[in-house]
Design a protein around this ligand. Structure first.
Ligand code: UT7
Length: 326
């Protein structure tokens, strides 16, 4: 059976570190609250010269190099992002040109933080059809550009980064075994950005009303997120004839340590088998799963033959899971 296997991973986080102590100077918050409620200690913020495609490009170049491929080998680029450089063209298009990927097709997938799992599943499916052999999947965000720095409910959580994975067609048992993607628009107003689209195009009034920033009902997002994590993880394992005992490593979207711990507890996965780096990066949206995967691989937490469970959720709501045999 032809499967998409990840043959190279890459990640990039901007150099500038914003600590909880730095945030104490911006809003009424403190290091203890942020660490206790979210597990975040610090995060990376892009400088004024860096847009999402700049971050994506660096992560993609590293993933390609590690895959021992040249840009011309890539036939398609799938990017998960909520914060493209501009409305259009897409980040995928910009990366295709600047990286030099011939005339590879490209697309951006907007599924908020679930853009990671959506882009990976999309790339996997392109390969499984037999049409493409090498697909570059990317998750990249500069969420700092849609943070309201006066809103302590969001500005302590969101941050910037990019991650990438090169998929290649392979016959055999390794690679992406399965994935599930879900959405439920009834939750749209738990996490959204009202301004700038066709409903509220940018005007002086929308800017004055701070409509170009992410709005979030944090505690409600929290509850739905845990439920969705658990449901999609259990469903994909059961359907493929596995139990949590078979999972060597669970790599979840890094939104909040408490969400990750609550989900792991409910599916009965000990935290030793759960990958966490939210403490150092905060919530980097569609990038987070790729950045976590890269760190897990480079850190030796993922070995050949391991069963890896990935899951992500985001505004919309959109969520999903993937099972990989490494
Ligand atoms: O990719 C998806 C993205 N979003 C998420 O994953 C967010 C999910 N939700 C969360 O992570 C959590 O709900 C938060 C970290 C946002 C908040 O934690 P919480 O335990 O749900 O706190 P809360 O919203 O119930 O707020 C508790 C208190 C409130 O004060 P009162 O009303 O009890 O006096 C807040 O005003 O904490 C206050 N608060 C803060 N205090 C200090 C809210 N934000 C802050 C802050 N610093 N930054």
């Amino acid at each position: 059976m032809t499967r998409a296997r990840i043959i190279g991973v890459g990640a990039y986080a901007p150099k500038r570190i914003l600590t909880n102590a730095d945030l104490e100077k911006l809003v009424d918050t403190n290091d203890e609250w942020i660490q206790q409620r979210s597990g975040i200690r610090e995060r990376r913020i892009a400088d004024e010269t860096e847009a999402t495609s700049d971050l994506a490009l660096k992560a993609a170049a590293q993933a390609l190099e590690r895959a021992n491929l040249v840009p011309e080998d890539i036939e398609f680029i799938a990017v998960g992002t909520t914060t493209p450089d501009m409305f259009f063209p897409t980040v995928g298009n910009i990366v295709q040109h600047r990286l030099g990927c011939g005339r590879a097709g490209s697309v951006d997938l907007l599924a908020a933080c679930a853009g990671s799992i959506y882009s990976l599943a999309f790339g996997s499916q392109l390969i499984q059809t037999g049409k493409y052999r090498r697909v570059l999947c990317i998750g990249a965000e500069t969420l700092s550009r849609i943070i309201d720095w006066t809103d302590r409910g969001t500005c302590v959580l969101l941050a910037d980064a990019a991650g990438a994975a090169v998929l290649e067609a392979e016959e055999g048992d390794r690679g992406i075994l399965d994935f599930d993607l879900y959405s439920d628009g009834q939750y749209w107003d738990l996490l959204y950005m009202p301004g700038g689209g066709s409903r509220h195009p940018a005007t002086r009034e929308t800017v004055d009303a701070r409509m170009h920033y992410a709005k979030m009902k944090g505690s409600e997002v929290f509850k739905v997120a845990v439920r969705m994590f658990v449901e999609c993880a259990e469903r994909i394992l059961t359907r493929n004839g596995f139990t949590v005992d078979d999972v060597k490593l669970f790599i979840p979207h890094q939104a909040n340590l408490r969400i990750i711990e609550a989900a792991a507890k409910r599916v009965r996965l000990p935290m030793e088998r759960v990958f966490v780096n939210v403490d150092r990066y905060g919530n980097t949206g569609a990038a987070s799963l790729y950045v976590a995967l890269e760190e897990a691989v480079v850190g030796g937490r993922v070995q050949r033959g391991d069963l890896i469970l990935l899951a992500a959720f985001g505004g919309g709501f959109a969520w999903g899971a993937a099972l990989l045999r490494w």
